[in-house]
Design a protein around this ligand. Structure first.
Ligand SMILES: [Ca+2]
Ligand SMILES: [Ca+2]
Ligand SMILES: [Ca+2]
Length: 138
């Protein structure tokens, strides 16, 4: 019986810890995007954030993110796999790559940012509050 109680207590503590950790993650992501620290994410801040992500993805800096760069940046392929082995295309990439040429332009990335922004902005006031901000975010 004592063992069972211990197991329940340990389980509850683990559940509590992991829920706190995901909240902390969202909090730090929010603070990273909210550059002027007014506790709201404006459209401009959202676009700036998308552009900094875009630059990180664009490994050869030619202003497009091709699928190989996306795979490498997101570590979608295990490091032990062959360099150009196929990785299934995630929905996010398909959604961004509107013309389907397997290159993401900055425009396409901006549009994805705006559609995510609008999806998160539940009250439609053009700002994302902490309450509105949630995973997967922008
Ligand atoms: Ca702000
Ligand atoms: Ca590139
Ligand atoms: Ca809002």
């Amino acid at each position: 019986m004592i063992k069972l109680i211990c197991a329940i207590v340990v389980g509850a503590v683990i559940a509590l810890l992991s829920s706190n950790m995901s909240a902390a993650y969202e909090e730090s992501q929010f603070l990273g995007i909210d550059r002027d620290g007014n506790q709201l994410i404006s459209q401009e801040e959202a676009i700036n954030y998308r552009r900094s992500l875009f630059k990180q993805y664009d490994l050869n800096q030619d202003n497009t993110v091709n699928y190989e760069e996306y795979v490498q940046s997101n570590r979608l392929r295990p490091s032990t796999a062959v360099a150009n082995s196929d990785v299934p295309v995630p929905d996010e990439y398909r959604e961004m790559d509107q013309d389907g040429d397997t290159n993401i332009s900055m425009d396409e990335s901006d549009q994805m940012g705006m559609s995510r922004f609008n999806a998160l902005d539940e009250d439609g006031d053009g700002q994302i509050s902490k309450e509105e901000f949630q995973s997967p975010g922008l």
